[in-house]
Unconditional design. Sequence first.
Length: 274
Amino acid sequence: MNIMLDPMEARVIGCLIEKAITTPDQYPLSINALTNACNQKSNRDPMLSLEEREVQAVVDGLIKKHLVLERSGFGSRVPKYQHRFCNTGFGALELSARQTAIVCELLLRGPQTPGELRTRTARLATACEVSDIEAALAELAARDEGPLVMRLEREPGRRDARYAHLFGGTSADTTASAPMSPVPGESQTQDDAVPHGGGLAEGGEGGTAMSEYSERGSAGTRPAAAQAPVQQADIASLLARVMLLEERVVQLQAQLDDLREERQPHRPGTINSL
């Protein structure tokens, strides 16, 4: 594995992979749309506030690495960009849909548990069980050209260990543990279902919902054990809906910005036609 990315490059590649899957009709992306995607409030950790010139500099560097390609439509005055990171038919990195979704989420949000990845990849690939995520992680860690992910030390107070990508854009605290392999008994916990710092939890609403559900479970007629699956399913559904709505807002904003750019009059002194 010889693809090395810094954190900014990881964000840009992650955004291009994400938008190619979730909004294919708006892909490739203009630099304006890509900047909006990098600064998106949902499904990003950390949240950034980048300027277009900063994103353009990162894109230029990725073009030199042959990881991004400029591709504009016929007659378009706005350059647009697509990734060549994986599944392009030209490079060696070919991933399944589930593996692509996992790598995308790790690039966008950093280390995550299998349960968190199960919830967050549902919008990018077919819904699955935690065991399927663990199997895909094991495959990514056992590739012939070298591992693409690693399992980290289990943090105090957390039931499941997190996993990080190995493309160089990981944070300083990603210290590897033993060679990664599926851990029997690891399953999605309530913390995994509602990630800290993402989706509804970013605004505090996710935590409030969890608290309200817990209170109802203790005061209701059904046992708490019976309540838990319902809580997780309800909140996971809300998270998915909110994330889709926020992506749609970003998409519409990008369309509007592109229209404004294309309708801007030529500057004085330029030649409009021959």
